[in-house]
Design a protein around this ligand. Sequence first.
Ligand code: GFB
Length: 322
Amino acid sequence: MDKSFDLKGKRIFIAGHRGMVGSALVRRLAGEDCEIVTVARRELDLLDQAGVRRWMEARRPDAVIMAAAKVGGILANDSFPVDFLYENLVVQTNVVEAAFRSGVQKLLFLGSSCIYPKLAPQPIPEDALLTGPLEPTNEWYAVAKIAGLKLCQAYRRQHGVDYISAMPTNLYGPGDNFDLDSSHVVPALMRKAHMAKLTGQKTLQVWGSGRPMREFLHVDDAADAFIWLLKTYSGDGHVNVGSGEDITIAELAGTVVSVVGAGAEIAFDLTKPDGMPRKLMDVSRLFKTGWRPAYSLRDGLEQTYAWFLDHVEKGDIRLGAA
Ligand code: GFB
C-alpha cells in the first residue's frame, strides 16, 4: 500500500477543533494546501449518532482527525468515571463509524499514554498495550481510548480503510484548561505559581509526593507529529508521540516557578494521588521516521505562560483564589 497521503486539495475534518489539541491542528493545517472542515458544538452534538451520520454524509470530508474527547487531569478522571468512559466511547464510535459510512479513507484517532499498564516497562513500547492492569485513577478514560484504537484497527482489518492511531504523551500549551479542579499538572502549577507571584504567597501546593515522572510535549509539536503521521504513516499499530524525555513532578514545579518568576517554596499535598509512577513512552518508532519536537520544555513553558498572561489580560481566563 502506498503510505503517503497528500493533503493537497483535501477536505480535512478536525473533530474537536475548539480544544487544545484541535486548535493546534487548525494552526498547523493552516500552512497546508487543504481545506479545514470544522463544526460548532451547537450545530452538531457528537454524542448524537444520527446527527453525526447526517453531518458526515452532507460534508463528506476526505480525511478525519479525531481530536474530540472528554479530557481532564488526575482528579477529574478519578471523580467522573462515567463521563470519561461513556462520553469518549460514544463520541469516538459515532465519528469513526460515520466516517466509514460516508467513505472516508484516511482517519487519525488520537489516544493517550494512559492506555498502557501502570507498571509497563520504561520507556513504554507500543506493544506494552494490554499486557497488565491499568492505573486506577485513569482506567475509565484508558479503556475508552483502547476501544477507540481497536475500533480503528478493526475497520482497517475488516474493510481495508487507512485508519491509524497516535498515542500522545502529556500535552500542554496554548488553549489548555487552567481550572484547578479539572486541569492537568502544567496549567495547574502555572496558575498556582502565577497567583503566588501576585499575592506574595510563600508556598505552592503540589499534589502528591512530587516523585512521579512525566513526559511532556508542547501541543504545537504534537500537532506537527499528528500531521506528519497523517501524511506518511499507514499501519495497523498505533504510534507513540512524545518528546522522549521525562522529569519528576517536583522538578517540573521548580521549572514552572522559575518561568513564572514566583518566589514560592514548594510543598507536597500527600492527600492527593500520584497516579502512574512513571509513563515515559518509547518514541523510537516515531523518531526513526526523522520527526523531532521543536520546543524544549523550558521554551514551551515560557511560550505557554506568555499565552496565559495574554488571556488573563483579555479576560478569557478568570483568576479566583489560588
Ligand atoms: O497531569 P495530571 O493531572 O495527570 O497529573 P496524569 C500528573 C501528576 O502531577 C500527578 C501531579 O502525579 C499529580 O498528582 N500534580 C501535582 C498535579 N500538582 C498537581 C496539580 O495541581 N494538578 C494536577 N492535575 N496534577 C492523566 C490522566 O494522568 O494524564 C488522563 O488522568 C490523561 O487520563 C493525561 O491520560 C495525559 O499524568 O496523572
